[in-house]
Design a protein around this ligand. Structure first.
Ligand code: AMP
Ligand code: GLY
Length: 421
């Protein structure tokens, strides 16, 4: 099978690595790819959102399967375009992608189908926001409606703080993601967990879970980011958590999708808060998580490419999947200015090979005369497998230190408390 991975992050580097290691994979390509995917196959100089050119190139290169990495490709309708051209795609069409691309669409979908989620008010103007906050008790989670790369959510301690933030957003016309609609949500207490479920349009099944660290700083301080580290499997959740999620979240979600005529194909990422009453959905994403994927895929064996192909063609074959009992920890190395801005880094050491059981994945980057130029922001995810979480964590941080000293820059920072539980 000839497979194209769309995207250029560390998630796509990990997907391309796992796909390339699948028995059924003959060749793997990436569009536009990064320094990591370039080591496995050709990177196409095509934007992840350019459905027309991706489809043309797939036809010319006889691609059997396209795996959509980022939400921007899904929201741009790349899946629709490829399906129209008769190409098998792992990843939903634009309409299914609204579960992620619009927090308001997603919240209404959950409310329509009885999927447990935080109570919320939807507002379209500053006046409406003030009104909604008049009788608000406690913290307010303020969420911009559109895609904002994990930066459109602010957990505020009180209605007064939320008012100040919303006044800034609306007055300056600076709502993350560029829209004008905002969701105000009650704050849920508990522990967060990301569950990945595959859906072939007719059936849905969880295949893995991870815990992600979203805040920039140690101890969950600082701004929200795309994610600074992750570990898999999650620790400290009920043994039957997959069954609970299947029954309370995945089953009504699938029923809702079918009732609304939505043939959802790909992965449904359920961002959950495990509260005293069980799981509540914080967010749905229409793609694999970054960096959760980097921590999940080292534990996944079998023929991953065949599994994704079976999902893409409407006949999910879970016999292609094996999951190791081992633990994996992933730590993100990012430039110190992330998530505010991202200054590029030039001429990094391209040799990121690590000891057995450890592996590093590049984010947005390109090879240049034997070195690597990185876009900045999140630059690498360093992962390690271990027999228990503690062993995986120690190995991951040893690998981080080894790499940090070797890359030829001191601009990279990382959280020191990933998987410290
Ligand atoms: P989201 O982009 O919706 O996943 O939100 C980013 C982060 O904000 C989540 O991972 C949580 O840590 C936090 N968050 C979002 N919604 C809530 C909520 N209702 N209660 C508590 N924390 C939340
Ligand atoms: N790590 C969170 C995300 O991928 O949305």
């Amino acid at each position: 099978m000839r497979v194209l991975v769309v995207g250029n992050g560390a998630r796509e580097d990990a997907l391309s690595w796992r796909i390339a290691a699948s028995p059924s994979c003959e060749a793997v390509f990436a569009a536009p790819g990064n320094a990591g995917t370039a080591s496995r196959g050709e990177n196409w100089d095509v934007a992840a959102t350019d459905g027309k050119r991706i489809a043309e190139r797939c036809e010319a290169e006889r691609i059997d399967l396209v795996v959509l990495g980022p939400e921007t490709a899904i929201a741009a309708g790349v899946g629709d375009r490829l399906r129209d051209a008769g190409i098998a795609v792992f990843g939903p069409n634009r309409s299914g992608g609204r579960l992620e691309s619009s927090k308001i669409f997603s919240k209404r979908f959950m409310e329509r189908h009885g999927i447990p989620t935080a109570r919320a008010a939807i507002v379209h103007s500053l006046e409406a926001a003030h009104k909604a906050l008049d009788d608000w008790q406690g913290s307010v989670v303020v969420k911009a409606d559109g895609l904002a790369a994990g930066k459109g959510v602010v957990v505020t301690p009180s209605a007064a703080t939320a008012r100040t933030l919303l006044t800034e957003w609306y007055r300056a016309g600076r709502i993350p993601g560029g829209g004008s609609d905002v969701l105000l949500e009650e704050r849920l207490d508990g522990r967060e967990l990301s569950i990945f479920a595959l859906c072939d349009g007719r059936a849905i099944a969880p295949i893995g879970a991870a815990c992600d660290y979203k805040r920039a700083g140690d101890g969950d301080t600082g701004p929200n980011t795309g994610g600074m580290g992750a570990y898999s499997p999650p620790s400290g959740f009920p043994d039957d958590c997959f069954d609970t999620v299947r029954e309370r979240i995945l089953a009504p979600t699938l029923r809702g999708l079918l009732a609304e005529g939505e043939e959802y194909v790909g992965v449904l990422y359920c961002g959950l808060m495990w509260t005293g009453e069980g799981p509540q959905v914080i967010e749905f994403n229409a793609r694999f998580g970054d960096p959760e994927t980097q921590a999940l895929l080292p534990r996944i064996g079998g023929d991953f490419a065949a599994l994704l192909h079976s999902v893409a063609t409407g006949a999910m074959d879970l016999s292609q999947l094996t999951t190791s009992e081992r633990h994996c920890v992933g730590v993100v190395l990012a430039t110190g200015d992330y998530p505010k801005s991202s200054a590029p880094l030039k001429s990094l050491n391209a040799d990121i090979a690590l000891d057995d059981g450890c592996r590093a994945f590049w984010s947005s980057s390109r090879r240049n005369n034997g070195t690597v130029d990185a876009a900045g922001g999140r630059v690498l995810t360093v992962t390690a497998l271990g027999d228990d979480l503690h062993a995986a964590r120690s190995k991951a941080y040893a690998a981080v230190k080894q790499l940090a000293g070797r890359l030829g820059t001191d601009a990279l920072t990382y959280r020191t408390d990933i998987a410290l539980i």
